[in-house]
Ligand binder design. Structure first.
Ligand code: PMT
Length: 323
């Protein structure tokens, strides 16, 4: 089956109008009330002046969104992202004293679980003679640190994990999070590492049932997904510190595209990365210039110096806003 994709001609509409049209026509978000309650409660808990004072909260988005081709979905278009960046960054933000709302694509990498094998349940555990379950020695350290790291963050109320699959779910949950985080003012940060579809099939023009192949090649028109970055900055959480990502496979255009995104969407930082070297080096693009951030060695994470630098920039931002 051949799929042909065309973007729609650019329409002269404001980002907030495009966002409104997107949300008005999106399928209803399942469990919206329960998700909303979890977010409100999490933000409330983390904004209370405790012994450590109100905590900074970062929303980390992670993994790729899907674009369904049928309402009763059999086929979909996917955006590449393993979720490694988001999961690793979440661990470093927690280590730096932030609370994290981790908005992730179901099935992608999870915080504290990066060192586990592909099939943790079957590879990390074994049955003993008396049919009780035991951890396989070679994976014992990885299992212990996954359980303790995760349990510590969740039980202390510092980590809230919310899954998405489609672009409709992702953007609706992101809006719920952002509008709730507005009350945190400059203490809020957005770290938008998710790979979000640029094109989608509007719900009302989507086939209900499985598209049939008998009628030959498929010619499909995709609408342009609204970029929510400017709406997030202007309306949802105008005083939050915003970091977005720019991924390219052609290094020749990467920095220029990142600089354009910085200006166009009024981001505080754009993290530029190239697909094949994304785990080794990223470039921070800000109004005051560009900084390359490298991992220290093959065993370390580039997210360690990256989050350190972003935390410093966020601190300066908070001081400036409160001055
Ligand atoms: O998960 P890994 O395998 O570790 O890989 C990490 C990563 C390469 C996916 C990550 O580091 C990264 O670069 N993520 C952003 C990839 C991307 O989709 O870039 P973009 O140029 O399409 O989008 C730029 C920004 O606009 C993103 O912050 C995105 O959240 C936002 N966006 C994109 C499309 C859209 N319709 N609305 C948006 O708001």
């Amino acid at each position: 089956m051949a799929l042909m994709y065309h973007s729609m001609d650019a329409v002269d509409e404001t980002p907030s109008f495009q966002a409104k049209s997107f949300f008005d026509s999106a399928p209803v978000l399942k469990d919206a009330d329960s998700i909303s309650n979890k977010i409100t409660q999490f933000i409330h808990q983390n904004s209370l002046p405790g012994s450590e004072g109100p905590r900074r909260v970062v929303c980390v988005t992670s993994g790729g969104t899907t674009v369904p081709l049928e309402q009763r979905c059999v086929r979909y278009i996917d955006n590449f992202s393993s979720g490694h960046r988001g999961a690793t960054s979440t661990e470093y933000f927690l280590k730096s004293g932030y609370s994290v709302i981790f908005l992730y694509r179901r099935g992608t990498f999870q915080p504290y679980c990066r060192s586990l094998p592909d099939d943790p349940l079957l590879e990390c555990f074994k049955l003993t003679n008396d049919s009780s379950i035991q951890v396989v020695e070679s994976h014992a350290e990885a299992v212990k640190s996954a359980i303790s790291g995760h349990h510590d963050a969740v039980s202390r109320g510092y980590l809230l994990k919310l899954p998405f699959i489609t672009i409709f779910e992702y953007l609706q949950i992101l809006r719920l999070i952002a509008t709730s985080m507005k009350i945190l003012g400059p203490n809020a940060m957005f770290y938008l590492a998710a790979a979000v579809s640029d094109f989608y099939v509007p719900w009302e023009s989507m086939a209900v049932h499985k598209i049939q192949s008998a009628s030959g090649p498929l010619d499909m028109r995709l609408a342009q997904a609204p970029k929510m970055l400017s709406v997030l900055r202007k309306e949802w959480a105008p005083t939050a510190f915003c970091v977005s990502f720019k991924l390219e496979t052609d290094t020749g255009i990467l920095l220029e595209k990142a600089a354009t995104a910085l200006k166009k969407y009024k981001m505080h930082v754009v993290v530029a990365n190239e697909l094949s070297t994304r785990k080794e080096v990223v470039i921070l693009v800000t109004e005051s210039g560009k900084v390359s951030v490298h991992r220290e060695n093959d065993q370390s994470d580039v997210e360690s110096p990256l989050i350190k630098l972003l935390v410093e920039k966020h601190s300066t931002y908070i001081m400036d806003v409160n001055a």
